[in-house]
Design a protein around this ligand. Structure first.
Ligand code: PBG
Length: 331
C-alpha cells in the first residue's frame, strides 16, 4: 500500500488540523432562545420541555440578563394565555397590557441590547387553538379564514412593535401576511422592525410538547389547510419566493432536522438569512434519550445543531440555547 498518494486521513491527523479546516461552525451568536411568558409572579418549570420555564414578566427580564451574559442575544417570546382570556377572535393577542407587550417592555428596560423577537399567530389566544380565525358551519365543518386572520395578525404585530419588538415572526402560514405586515408596520412608522417569516412550516407531529407547554393544542381538527404537507419540498421554494417578494427579511424552515433538505434548498434559492426551528419534539427526543442514559446529551445536541448549520441555516431557534452557550464556553 505504498502507492497511495491521496490519503484524506492526513487532514484529520490532529485536533489542530481538524479545527483549522472545519467547514461549519456553531456559536452562541447563531442561537435564538424561544421563551414562554405567563401572567402572575410565578416561574413554573414545563413538564413537557425539561429545562424550560413559563416565566413571569419580572422573571423573564432577570433571565434575559443571565442569557445575554452567556452570549444569547436574541429571544423569541410566546404567550401563555389563561382559558378565561381566550375568545373566538383571539383578541387578547393585541391587548397592549397583555403578557407579551409587557415582557417586551420589561426586557428592553433591563437589557436594552437583547434582541426581542415575538411570535405572531392566534393559536395561544383563541378558544380553538388554531392559528387563524375559525368560521364554523352548521354541518359541523369549519374553515380557517385567511384574509380576516391577516388583519388580526397585523393588529397583533403592531401591538408588539409599539412595545419595542425588534423582530416579528409570523408562524401562522396564512397567504399574503408578509406583505400585509410590512405595509402595516411601515404605515405606522415601524420601518426598522424586521420580519422573520415562517416560510416552510410543516404540519408536523413534533410540536406536541410545545402545545403542552402553552395549552394551545387545536380543540378539533388539525392545521393541514395552512401548514405544509411533510411530503413537499418544491412548495417550500414557492413559499420562499413569495415571502421574499413580499418583503421578508429572513426565512425559516420548521421543524429542522427532518427537513434539512428543505433548509439546503432554500439556502440555494435565496440570498436572505435562513433560520431553522429545532422544535419542541426534536428537543424532547434528545432530552429523553439522554435521560435514558443511552445518548450523550452534550455531544448529540451539538452534533444536531451543527448539522442544521451545515445544511445551510444561519440562525437556529432552540430550547437548548442556554445549555449550548454554556457548553461552547467550555471548549
Ligand atoms: C403556533 C406555533 C407552534 C410552534 C411555534 N408556533 C405550534 C403549532 O403550529 O401548532 C411550535 C414550536 C415547537 O414545537 O417548538 N403558531
Amino acid at each position: 500500500m505504498q502507492d497511495l498518494p491521496i490519503r484524506p486521513r492526513r487532514n484529520r491527523k490532529s485536533a489542530a488540523i481538524r479545527n483549522m479546516i472545519r467547514e461549519t461552525s456553531l456559536s452562541a451568536a447563531h442561537l435564538v432562545y424561544p421563551m414562554f411568558v405567563q401572567e402572575g409572579d410565578e416561574d413554573t418549570p414545563i413538564a413537557s420541555l425539561p429545562g424550560c420555564t413559563r416565566w413571569s414578566v419580572a422573571g423573564i427580564a432577570e433571565e434575559c440578563r443571565r442569557l445575554y451574559a452567556l452570549g444569547i442575544h436574541c429571544v423569541d417570546l410566546f404567550a401563555v394565555v389563561p382559558e378565561e382570556k381566550k375568545d373566538a377572535a383571539g383578541s387578547e393577542a393585541w391587548n397592549p397590557e397583555g403578557v407579551v407587550p409587557r415582557a417586551i417592555r420589561t426586557i428592553k428596560a433591563a437589557v436594552p441590547a437583547m434582541m426581542v423577537m415575538t411570535d405572531v399567530a392566534l393559536d395561544p389566544f383563541n378558544t380553538y387553538g388554531q392559528d387563524g380565525i375559525v368560521k364554523e358551519y352548521e354541518d359541523g365543518s369549519y374553515e380557517i379564514l385567511n384574509d380576516e386572520t391577516v388583519e388580526a395578525l397585523c393588529r397583533q404585530a403592531l401591538c408588539h412593535a409599539r412595545a419595542g419588538a425588534d423582530i416579528i415572526s409570523p408562524s401562522d402560514m396564512m397567504d399574503g401576511r408578509i406583505a400585509a405586515l410590512r405595509g402595516t408596520l411601515d404605515a405606522e412608522g415601524y420601518t426598522h422592525v424586521s420580519l422573520l417569516s415562517y416560510t416552510a412550516k410543516y404540519a408536523s407531529a413534533f410540536y406536541g410538547p410545545f402545545r403542552g407547554a402553552l395549552g394551545s393544542a387545536p380543540k378539533f381538527g388539525d392545521k393541514k389547510t395552512y401548514q405544509m404537507d411533510p411530503g413537499n419540498a418544491r412548495e417550500a421554494l414557492r413559499e420562499a419566493w413569495l415571502d421574499e417578494s413580499e418583503g421578508a427579511d429572513m426565512l425559516m424552515v420548521k421543524p429542522a432536522t427532518m427537513y434539512l433538505d428543505v433548509i439546503a434548498a432554500l439556502r440555494q434559492q435565496s440570498t436572505l438569512p435562513i433560520a431553522a426551528y429545532h422544535v419542541s419534539g426534536e428537543y424532547l427526543m434528545l432530552k429523553a434519550a439522554a435521560a435514558s442514559g443511552w445518548l450523550d446529551e452534550k455531544q448529540t445536541t451539538l452534533e444536531t445543531l451543527l448539522s442544521i448549520r451545515r445544511a445551510g441555516a444561519d440562525i437556529i431557534l432552540t430550547y437548548a440555547a442556554p445549555q449550548v452557550a454554556e457548553w461552547l464556553r467550555e471548549v
